[in-house]
Write a protein that binds this ligand. Structure first.
Ligand SMILES: *[C@@H]1O[C@H](CO)[C@@H](O)[C@H](O)[C@H]1NC(C)=O
Length: 164
């Protein structure tokens, strides 16, 4: 597909692609029906007549955020959705974690072997200093213990779960 220089004429070169896309949607639909069209009696369509309950980073008032225990607790408590955040480790593994730094929700500041890993990076137009997830391998991250971000939250589960 070329572009005619200097004109604003809309190009027709995307039409075959769009038709192909439409065809794909039309053909694929019977194979991948919408959840509400499936015959599975157990699964109910999303209930739109009431507000949703979204567990933000799991049930994080009770159990440290973004841990499998916090997600499980949210399911037990009847959350409709679980919100999570995904970050990449140094070796490209994806972990459920919110902050770009490990400082506020893990025991990293007390870990002498990682003391020299503290860095300053520009994050969203501000210089941030701390221990960054992206500087640690998954194996290293798994040695960390999580903790609550705020002192007013339940602290009894601190240190019980590894960083997922
Ligand atoms: C971050 O620090 C570096 C080095 O001191 C500086 O050049 C840069 O302007 C700083 N960035 C911001 C957003 O303050």
């Amino acid at each position: 597909c070329g572009r005619s220089s200097g004109t604003m004429r809309p190009s027709l070169c995307h039409v075959p692609f769009l038709l192909l896309l439409l065809l794909h949607v039309v053909i694929a639909r019977p194979f991948f029906p919408l959840p509400s069209k499936t015959s599975n009696e157990e699964k109910k369509p999303i209930q739109t007549f009431r507000p949703y309950n979204i567990a933000h980073r799991g049930s994080n008032g009770e159990i440290p955020e973004e841990t499998s225990a916090a997600y499980l607790r949210a399911i037990e408590e009847g959350a409709d959705f679980i919100e999570t955040d995904i970050l990449a480790s140094k070796d490209g593994a994806l972990i459920c974690f919110h902050d770009v730094t490990l400082d506020d929700t893990t025991d990293i500041s007390g870990r002498k072997e990682f003391a020299n890993r503290r860095r300053t990076y520009e994050v969203e137009w501000a210089n941030v200093t701390g221990w960054f997830v992206v500087d640690f391998t998954l194996e290293e991250l798994k040695t960390l213990k999580v903790k609550q971000r705020y002192s007013f939250r339940d602290q009894q589960y601190n240190g019980m779960w590894l960083c997922p």
